[in-house]
Design a binder for this molecule. Structure first.
Ligand code: ZN
Ligand code: ZN
Length: 117
């Protein structure tokens, strides 16, 4: 499949949750804090291993997006309220990390033994 993946539309679903309508018909859901916690820039994510260099808990609870800029025709750059603006989020990265109920099914009434690693 060589369909070009790109955002058709963007809207705030609620405070701090970005919705992206993708060209493949999927409606993506992206909590801003999640995006900040998974920033793909070299300071936040190890380029070689893909492991996060930041501790997700270190990200402020109420981080916001102040600006979104398109980067070429393949990515978005977010300016976060904590001053971080070096992350280039490619469309593929965003599509893959969608946090909607379909991509990340909500598990009903599971005991809280979810492992972090
Ligand atoms: Zn970063
Ligand atoms: Zn999804």
């Amino acid at each position: 499949m060589t369909q070009v993946l790109e955002p058709k539309d963007m809207e705030w679903l609620s405070k701090g949750v970005l919705g992206i309508q993708w060209s493949d018909g999927h409606k993506g859901v992206y909590p801003v804090r999640y995006l900040r916690q998974h920033c793909p820039c070299a300071a936040c994510t190890d380029e070689w291993t893909g492991e996060l260099r930041i501790t997700p808990d270190d990200i402020p609870m109420f981080v916001a997006v102040q600006d979104v800029e398109p980067v070429g025709r393949y990515a978005l750059k977010f300016n976060f309220s904590d001053g971080h603006d070096t992350g280039i989020y490619s469309y593929n990265f965003l599509r893959k990390n969608c946090q909607c109920d379909i991509c990340v099914p909500v598990k009903p009434e599971q005991p809280k033994s979810r492992r972090l690693m």
